[in-house]
Design a protein around this ligand. Structure first.
Ligand SMILES: [Zn+2]
Length: 414
C-alpha cells in the first residue's frame, strides 16, 4: 500500500511524467563523477531541478566520456561494480551497461520499502516505459531486464526508498548458450548456464509482452533466447498482437511468490518453466485468459468443456510451439534438411486437452502450408511431449530440459 501511494507521489512530483516525455532541455551541468561517487547532496532539490536532470539523461548518456556516463549529483554503477548500497531517500544512479548483453538491474531491500522507481534511457535502449511489465506490484526486489544495443550504453535509474537497500546489475552474454556436459557439471569443471530476466520488449516485432512482475520473469539464458526467437518469428509470420509471457522463475531461481512467503506454483523453479498466454483470434489481448467454457470435474479439477473453445488462434499457437520444439529457421523458410535445431530443448508442454485438440488440428494445416517441419509436427502429434493437464484452461506451460540455471544474485548483500 505504501508503495502505491509513494509511486503516485513521485508521479505527481513530475518524475515519471518527465522521464516519459524526455523534453530536450540541456543538462544543467554534466561533469564526470567517479564510480560510486557522491550522492545528491540532499533530497531537498526541487522538482524542477530533478526534472531538468531527468530530461537531459539521454544526452548525458550518449555524450558520455570514455570513462563512462556521468551525471551531476548522481551516482554511477560502473561496469566493474555488480552492486552498490542505496540509502533511504531518493537516489539517482547511472547504471553502465555493456554492449550486446542481457542485463537485469534490480533494487533489493525490504519488500515494502519501495516508494518510487523510474528509469530514463537514451534512444538506443528503446522505449522501456511503453513496454514495461503489465503487472508490477510495487514490491522489492524490483527488476528491469533489457537487451542492450551494439554499443555500451547507460540507464538512469531513479529510486525512492524508505529504508536502506541495494542496487544490483547482472549481465549475461546471450551468445553463450552451449549446454555443459552432465559429467563436467558433476566434476565441477563446468557450471550451469545462468539465470537472467527476460528482456522488456522494445520493438513491436519482438512479438511478446510481460504479464508478470519482472522479478518473476527469470529463465536460463538459452530459454530466454529460444523464447525471444520463436516469438519474434511467430510475429513475423502472422502479424498479429503480442503474446503474453506469464510467470517463469523468481529472480533467485525459486518459484514465483516465494519471496512473498507463498510460492504460487509447484514447479517454475530454476528458470526451466514458463507460462505463455493463449494467442487470440479476435482482437483481444493474447494473455492469460480462458478461451473455453470451464467445467469443474468432481468438484476439484477445472477443465475446458469439450467443444467450447473460442477465439483461440490455434494456428499461431501450434506454429509457436513447433518453433520452440524444432528450432527456428533463418527467415522462417521451409528447410527440411540441415536446420540449426532447437536453441533450448523442450521437455514437455502442458495445457488443457481441448486446446491440444485445436493445436493438433492446426498442426495439420501448418504442415500442408509447409510452415512446420515433419519433426515439429510429429512431436506435437504424439502424447509424450504435449500433454493434457487440469487447471491449464487459460495458458500453456512449457518446461525445458537440461540443468537448473545458476542464479546470479544472492538474496542479501554478501
Ligand atoms: Zn506454469
Amino acid at each position: 500500500m505504501v508503495a502505491t501511494i509513494g509511486v503516485k507521489r513521485l508521479a505527481a512530483a513530475g518524475w515519471a511524467i518527465i522521464a516519459l516525455s524526455c523534453a530536450p532541455t540541456p543538462p544543467p551541468s554534466v561533469q564526470a563523477s567517479p564510480a560510486g561517487g557522491a550522492r545528491a547532496g540532499s533530497h531537498a532539490s526541487s522538482t524542477g531541478s530533478d526534472a531538468g536532470a531527468l530530461a537531459a539523461t539521454p544526452d548525458a548518456a550518449s555524450s558520455a566520456s570514455p570513462e563512462g556516463p556521468s551525471d551531476a549529483g548522481g551516482q554511477v554503477l560502473a561496469l566493474g561494480m555488480p552492486r552498490m548500497p542505496l540509502a533511504a531517500g531518493r537516489s539517482r544512479v547511472a547504471v553502465e551497461l555493456p554492449a550486446r548483453s542481457f542485463v537485469s538491474v534490480g533494487v533489493l531491500g525490504p519488500g515494502d520499502a519501495l516508494l518510487g522507481f523510474d528509469t530514463a534511457s537514451g534512444a538506443e535502449l528503446g522505449d522501456l516505459h511503453a513496454n514495461g511489465a503489465v503487472d508490477e506490484d510495487g514490491r522489492l526486489p524490483r527488476f528491469l531486464s533489457l537487451a542492450t544495443p551494439a554499443e555500451p550504453s547507460s540507464l538512469m535509474v531513479l529510486v525512492e526508498l524508505d529504508a536502506p537497500g541495494e542496487l544490483a546489475r547482472v549481465t549475461v552474454d546471450p551468445s553463450a548458450l552451449t549446454a555443459p556436459l552432465p559429467r563436467e557439471l558433476k566434476l565441477g569443471t563446468a557450471s550451469a548456464r545462468p539465470l537472467i530476466g527476460l528482456p522488456i520488449p522494445v520493438d513491436p516485432r519482438d512479438g511478446y509482452l510481460l504479464e508478470a512482475p519482472q522479478r518473476y520473469l527469470f529463465l536460463r539464458i538459452d530459454v530466454v533466447v529460444a523464447l525471444r526467437t520463436a516469438l519474434r518469428q511467430a510475429k513475423t509470420r502472422f502479424k498479429r498482437n503480442a503474446i503474453a509471457v506469464g510467470h517463469a522463475s523468481q529472480w533467485d531461481g525459486a518459484a514465483p511468490g516465494t519471496d512473498r512467503g507463498k510460492a504460487q506454483h509447484i514447479g517454475h523453479r530454476s528458470g526451466l518453466e514458463v507460462d505463455l498466454g493463449l494467442p487470440a483470434s479476435d482482437d483481444s489481448p493474447s494473455g492469460t485468459a480462458r478461451r473455453c467454457e470451464g467445467v469443474l470435474v468432481e468438484r476439484e479439477v477445472l477443465r475446458c468443456a469439450p467443444g467450447t473453445v473460442r477465439d483461440l488462434d490455434a494456428m499461431r499457437l501450434a506454429y509457436l510451439l513447433g518453433l520452440l520444439i524444432d528450432g527456428p529457421t533463418p527467415n522462417g523458410i521451409y528447410m527440411p534438411k540441415n536446420r540449426p535445431g532447437p536453441i533450448a530443448l523442450v521437455d514437455s508442454i502442458l495445457t488443457d486437452e481441448a486446446y491440444i485438440d485445436e493445436i493438433r488440428r492446426a498442426a495439420k494445416e501448418l504442415r500442408r502450408k509447409r510452415w512446420i517441419h515433419d519433426e515439429g509436427y510429429a512431436a506435437l502429434m504424439e502424447d509424450g511431449l504435449l500433454r493434457p493437464s487440469a487447471w491449464h484452461v487459460d495458458h500453456v506451460h512449457v518446461r525445458f530440459a537440461g540443468e537448473p540455471a545458476a542464479p546470479q544474485l544472492t538474496p542479501t548483500a554478501p
